[in-house]
Design a protein around this ligand. Structure first.
Ligand code: SF4
Length: 306
């Protein structure tokens, strides 16, 4: 895209389903809280993703600040609010250099985390990096609340989509992220992602090359909602996509003083709920799944069974 075409996307911002319509070039800020230049919190080799993504060398992860979803229970609350004070702005060509640096460090892939509110610039950055020699797969790691029009800008640039499907219930998504339309929007976004990549492909090295890896973080007391999400995903994509069922929800209020959790989220998952959901996934016939070891503790990093 030409620079002026990219800029125009931020001028009357409709990049994500919030459709704020603000001018991010001119100091306007919408729900994501970000201007027009991508802000990167940190980039590094990351070993905590699913084995098909992290492999042995790690995933070349780029964490963007800000978020258009802003779940009240966010496990990276300060990054999603853009309040870390550590974020640095990058242009598209500077981002391309970051990807190439991670490739030089033998990352298995580039993993763009919560970049949805910067899609026009991020698409350009990947295009530049590919022209300059980026050959490893590019993964787009998202909360699942993305606009189909914006996702189309990533066609031919992103190889792997790693979206969440967080909620089925509109009252739950309305309460926890102010998006009653989350499920419908997420369904359309996942369909577009699948249209672009097709069925999941794992290479002979055991690493994911293309396709969807859909994540669901279980929330305390919401086993029924989890089962509805799994019903949908297995019915829609089945073993053509990977499903990652996550159990590491932790109430982080003590770490982030601004975090205000409803009562039902002020605890960990009830015992047995994760095992029940995992069994349900199996009953649904899902073989392409990642499950986590039972664990607790606020320093928990995902630990996947293969
Ligand atoms: S990207 Fe940000 S400003 Fe644009 S519509 Fe989404 S939340 Fe609003």
């Amino acid at each position: 895209m030409r620079d002026e075409d990219i800029a125009s996307k931020y001028e009357n911002c409709l990049i994500c389903p919030r459709k704020c319509g603000v001018n991010r070039l001119d100091g306007g800020r919408g729900v994501c809280g970000m201007g027009s230049e991508p802000v990167v919190n940190i980039y590094s080799l990351h070993y905590g993703e699913e084995p098909v993504i992290s492999g042995t060398n790690g995933s070349g992860t780029v964490f963007f600040e800000g978020c258009s979803l802003k779940c009240v229970f966010c496990q990276n609350y300060d990054v999603s609010r853009g309040t870390t004070g550590r974020g640095i702005t990058y242009s598209a060509s500077e981002l391309a250099k970051v990807y190439l640096e991670l490739q030089e460090k033998h990352a298995h892939n580039i993993n763009l985390v919560t970049a949805g509110h910067f899609i026009p610039t991020v698409a350009e950055s990947v295009a530049i990096a590919k022209q300059q020699g980026l050959t490893i797969p590019v993964a787009f790691n998202s909360g699942g609340y993305e606009s189909v029009d914006s996702l189309k800008l990533l066609e031919g640039l992103v190889d792997i989509y790693m979206p969440d499907m967080k909620f089925f219930s509109s009252s739950l998504s309305g309460q926890l992220c102010g998006a009653k339309d989350y499920f419908e929007v997420c369904c359309e976004a996942l369909d577009e992602m699948y249209r672009q990549t097709g069925p999941a492909v794992i290479g002979s090295d055991g690493l994911m090359k293309r396709g969807l890896l859909i994540r669901h973080l279980m929330l305390p007391g919401q086993l029924f909602d989890t089962k509805k999400v799994l019903d949908y995903l297995c019915g829609r994509f089945g073993n053509n996509a990977y499903i990652s069922l996550m159990n590491q929800y932790t109430p982080f209020e003590y770490r982030y003083p601004d975090m205000k959790l409803p009562d039902f989220l002020q605890r960990k998952l009830p015992q047995g709920h994760y095992a029940a959901a995992a069994e349900y996934l199996s009953i649904l016939g899902q073989e392409n799944a990642f499950l986590q070891e039972d664990a607790s503790g606020d320093e928990l990093l995902p630990d996947f069974k293969t």
